[in-house]
Design a protein around this ligand. Structure first.
Ligand SMILES: O=C(O)[C@@H](CO)OP(=O)(O)O
Ligand SMILES: [Mn+2]
Ligand SMILES: [Mn+2]
Length: 563
């Protein structure tokens, strides 16, 4: 697994592909949360009417195959780690496999290097007289954060001088089972009790469900972050409890409540005063390693000038992210672990070789085909060649109520961009399989999958009209399996006999298909790369644009064979 590409000093100019012509319009479609699994009542993709994708599958094995989208194939610590959008789109765009945030944090904690870095030394200056606040997702999903890393950080910080620690917990239920928040809070309380026994004043101070409190992304809804700010920083929330276990248990009693959407809560003392609001002189660490859903809070914590909501108070704190979340904005400016240096992405190469790119998605996935695709870098490589367009997502409407999301609008934008002939690459992310899949609502997910298929048809028709090429794949699984299963693959049932809903991503491979009238007749998938994964896609896309990929990229999936 590379930590840096061996590219230093290499030219940016890409060699012409010996057999494939330049100048074709290439449609790049990423279906979010769209894996491949056996037919089953809990496989929403199978259950949905998806004639366009079914037709592509018939092109196997020459023009349809499966590729890996989880675990070490995308730079995660182990092959038990499910895929996710960040690592998935990073790999798709970068063409190389990088040790990702989760892995880098593991290494830094295991070696103790995390405590020697600039970021830790910076926050450490607050330990003598201030409180250390840890804010993040309470989960072992491994997508945004991991509980064992929080445990190690708590222990390490206390051993390195933190005397007063407050944890602000965001409950998950999206990367882990709904209801697991209770167990995570219990486990965290056990750890904090151990710290108290050692003389550290350590407590949970506030919290809320990740989708309703704090962890919004791509500036979809600043109110989500404001709720978090109020609870974590100001210590103000509509619900007040004496401890966090009582909080999650009580708040979950509402029949409509779930971990993802728990309302914000603050922990208060006997006199009703918050036990852990954030004050001048305190240190704050956001302990998620993944960027997208921490960036908005990072802005609120770090930017002196900020107008997204009224912060009421802007305490003078020492703030560090677990990682630096945005390499272009250099945000946060202090961080505990250096992020993967994702360089020489296909987006940058293609821009430097004159390829004109249009990228589009709706807000909730917009950064996936731009920021993540380009190696966690915001902005354009060359604004004269690129156009990124965002379609506003529905706000405050659950995705199972509006499962078609903006699939049609994205497809129409892509169609127009293709037909305009102003772009060589038209890249989209279609969100339904993932966003609706995360709700755990099977019927709605089936509707969402059908809408995604219809969107694909619009894009493929446009490619047909301009004599172009398409390449379609996905970033990880989700909608193809909505049941938690035992080792043999049988759905697990709860105590009432109901099948346990799987709201998370999966370990499944994802399909990849190529086609279109512009694809040279002899192009087919190679058969010598059975273990290929998402990182092999970038070289493939470069070939479709008529270029050879750099030699240090993961190999292309295609070959040209004249029969
Ligand atoms: O919603 C998210 O943040 C993650 C799941 O935690 O999904 P994705 O990786 O598809 O963005
Ligand atoms: Mn995704
Ligand atoms: Mn997802």
């Amino acid at each position: 697994m590379a930590t840096r590409p061996p590219a230093e000093g290499k030219p940016w100019e890409l060699a012409a592909h010996p057999q494939l012509a330049k100048g074709k319009v290439v449609g790049v479609v990423v279906l979010d949360g769209w894996g491949e699994a056996p037919p089953d009542p809990f496989n929403c993709i199978h259950a949905a009417d998806t004639p366009t994708l079914d037709a592509l599958k018939k092109g196997a094995p020459e023009r349809w195959r499966l590729i890996k989208a989880h675990g070490t194939a995308v730079g995660l610590p182990t092959d038990d780690d499910m895929g996710n959008s960040e690592v998935g789109h990073n790999a798709l765009g970068a063409g190389q496999i990088y040790a990702q945030g989760a892995k880098l944090v593991d290494l830094a904690l295991a070696s103790g290097k995390i405590y020697e870095g600039e970021g830790f030394k910076y926050i450490q200056q607050s330990f003598e007289s201030g409180t250390l606040h840890l804010i993040g997702l309470l989960s072992d999903g491994g997508v945004h954060s991991r509980f064992d890393q929080l445990q190690l950080l708590l222990k390490g910080a206390s051993e390195h001088g933190a005397k007063r620690i407050r944890v602000h917990v965001l409950t998950d239920g999206r990367d882990v089972l709904d209801g697991s928040s209770v167990r995570f809070v219990e486990m965290l309380e056990e750890d904090l009790a151990r710290l108290r026994n050692k003389g550290v004043d350590a407590r949970i101070a506030s919290g809320g469900g990740r989708m309703y409190v704090t962890m919004d992304r791509y500036e979809n809804d600043w109110q989500v972050v404001k709720r978090g700010w109020d609870a974590h920083v100001l210590g103000e929330a509509p619900h007040k409890f004496k401890n966090a276990l009582e909080a999650v248990k009580k708040l979950r009693e509402d029949p409509k409540a779930n971990d993802q959407y728990l309302p914000p809560f603050a922990i208060v003392d006997e006199s009703g005063k918050p036990v852990g609001s954030i004050q001048d002189g305190d240190a704050v660490v956001t302990f998620n390693f993944r960027a997208d859903r921490m960036l908005m809070l990072a802005k609120a914590l770090e930017y002196e000038n900020f107008d997204k909501f009224d912060r009421v108070r802007f305490p003078k704190i020492r703030y560090a992210g677990m990682l630096q979340y945005d390499g272009e904005l250099k945000l946060p400016s202090h961080y505990l672990v250096a992020p993967p240096e994702i360089e020489r992405t296909s987006g940058e190469y293609l821009a430097r070789n004159g390829v004109r790119t249009y990228a589009c998605s709706e807000t909730v996935k917009f950064g996936h085909v731009t920021f993540f695709w380009n190696g966690n870098r915001s902005g354009y490589f060359d604004s004269s060649l690129e156009k990124y367009e965002e379609i506003p997502s529905d706000i405050s409407i659950p995705f199972n109520v509006q499962p078609k999301m903006k699939a049609l609008e994205i497809a129409q934008k892509a169609r127009d961009a293709i037909l305009s002939r102003k772009f060589d690459q038209v890249r989209v992310n279609i969100a339904n399989g993932d966003m609706v899949g995360h709700t755990g609502d099977i019927e709605a997910t089936i509707v969402g999958c059908k809408a995604a298929d219809e969107a694909v048809k619009i894009i493929l028709d446009a490619i047909e009209q301009v004599g172009g090429i398409f390449i379609l794949s996905a970033d990880h699984g989700n909608a193809e399996d909505m049941a938690k299963r035992d080792k043999s693959g049988k759905p697990l049932r709860d105590k009432d006999g109901k099948v346990q809903t799987l709201t998370s991503h999966t370990l499944n491979p994802v399909p990849i298909a190529i086609g279109g009238p512009g694809l040279a007749p002899g192009v087919r998938f190679r058969t010598d790369l059975p273990n290929a994964g998402l990182a092999n896609v970038a070289a493939t896309v470069m070939n479709l644009h008529g270029f050879e990929a750099p030699d240090y990229y993961e190999p292309t999936l295609i070959e040209v064979v004249y029969k």
